[in-house]
Ligand binder design. Sequence first.
Ligand code: ADE
Ligand code: ZN
Length: 350
Amino acid sequence: LQVSPFIAALPKVELHVHIEGTLTPSLRWKLAQRNKVPLPYATYDELLESYNVLYNHRKELHGDNGAPTFLETYFAGTQVLCQEQDFYELGMAYLEKAAELNIRYAEPFFDLQAYLPRGIPAATVLDGYMRAQREGAERFGVRSNWIMCFVRDRPVEEGIAAYEAARPWARVPGGRGLFHAVGLASNEYDRPPMLFEEAFRMAKQDGLHVTMHCDVDQKDAPTHIHEALFTVLDGRGTDRIDHGLNALDRPELLQGLIERQIPLTLCPHAYHRRQATEVLFPKLRKLWDMEGVKWCVNSDDPTYMHDVWIDGALEKVYRYCGLSKADMVRLSRNAVEISWAEAEVKTELL
Ligand code: ADE
Ligand code: ZN
């Protein structure tokens, strides 16, 4: 997929990217050696091959064929991250890449619960990301506010404990300001948003924003969107929905997005792995033409998704939705508006 010069030059904002999903094979190899973490691959080529996870095989849905699922591959990558310097380097690698892609502002997700059970202190992870946040803005001109995800297939109490450990790094009064929101990610199977209502309540009380994944074509996708919109904290639980494309399945969900003004962070390339061009892009076009539904384009886990970054995802929308250059500029502006950037940053970006 050739990215056109127009898309490459477009100023961008990225609101749905998992920092662990930007770990390149080369950094992973380097960190494995530095930290003496054994990799289950004998050679660098085998490691590269492991990144070819084509499908989000869900064992619960499709049975266990012995191959690692997408999320198993993604969490396996996190094993090499151990020291503060590692988290810093991962953050800096993304922000440097972001600058090359003309991303001006980003809200990366991180999964603290991938590290705490291994005995890595919250400070190691969060100090590393915070140093990247500061230096990435200075050196590459990419500002960022980060989002702590609850890992939804792990116990709720563990998520709440992780949040409490992370709170000093949140953008709360007296906090260090790394993250300004919480999210909900990982395996959605039988893990509806309502399970995490108490966690969301805590974050809201701390003045943080809330978003949650309602991934495309999951078993209960429309039900989870319904909960996110209408049930969690009596319908005031979420400020955005990550993915949420299955809102198209039910009129009341589209109505809810419009009435509550809940935007979607979409990741077209991620869906394109599983949906044909002529199936997927008309859905996006329909959302584009719908009054009152706002969405933006993002990458999700670029190094685990064939190395397609936000520019590739935008190129696909540009080509396959038949959008004009003016539309693409509007789409880019949508991302600014959907973001939770500080008011003065937003003004500057618009
Ligand atoms: N966390 C990171 N990447 C994810 C994905 N693609 N789906 C669900 N949770 C994730
Ligand atoms: Zn995601």
